[in-house]
Design a protein around this ligand. Sequence first.
Ligand SMILES: Nc1ncnc2c1ncn2[C@@H]1O[C@H](COP(=O)(O)OP(=O)(O)OP(=O)(O)O)[C@@H](O)[C@H]1O
Ligand SMILES: O=C(O)c1ccc[n+]([C@@H]2O[C@H](COP(=O)([O-])O)[C@@H](O)[C@H]2O)c1
Length: 188
Amino acid sequence: MNIGLFFGSFNPIHLGHLIIAETIYDRTELDEVWFVVSPQNPLKKRKSLVHEFDRLRMVELAIADNFHFRASDVEFHMPRPSYTIDTLTYLSEQFPQHQFSIFLGSDNLKQLRKWKNYEQILAQYRLYVYPRPGDKVSLSHPAIMEVDAPLLDISATFIREAIQQERSVRYLLPDAVVDYIRSKKLYF
Ligand SMILES: Nc1ncnc2c1ncn2[C@@H]1O[C@H](COP(=O)(O)OP(=O)(O)OP(=O)(O)O)[C@@H](O)[C@H]1O
Ligand SMILES: O=C(O)c1ccc[n+]([C@@H]2O[C@H](COP(=O)([O-])O)[C@@H](O)[C@H]2O)c1
């Protein structure tokens, strides 16, 4: 099968992520999308990062009604921080029957040269890149396919700040995720 991997902190998952995943799934030959929850992004600070089990649970709740989508905790069992090339290598060994590609926002593409073994990622995997507000797709490479997807100016940072300030986050993320955040008092 062709599997699209959507790596992220998902702190928390929101409609921007879900719309991108559905758009790329719909416009490509992918059979499934796996949301890979990264315990620790090598280039981000741990500040306000809730526990990885909570982030995974929120992803599971958000995608429960979409049978093309799966949540993956593969990086929970791997060394920290989470280097994408290591996860790709592990998954390719574990599932030789699948072809893996990855999704990348243009904001992360800009940083790709700082990633561990990024040349290997470009040499071995296809990258589906989609625009993020304020960041044009700035790198051209045969492995990079640009996907025209709606630009939604939602970020997990904005959502965390709104929750902390007790403002509404309704419609920015699925109701089940909002309920989970409230019940576990996350980001307060
Ligand atoms: N609104 C959005 N539309 C499309 N892609 C998004 C959106 N928000 C995040 N992404 C992408 O999803 C991936 C995972 O993002 P991440 O979990 O860090 O979310 P984020 O909202 O950017 O988080 P934060 O605000 O905490 O940095 C990244 O590649 C990022 O580019
Ligand atoms: O492999 C790397 O060197 C690397 C550097 C920066 C980010 N990443 C991964 O990119 C993904 C997106 O991160 P985030 O925090 O923006 O959701 C996440 O899975 C990170 O582990 C990976």
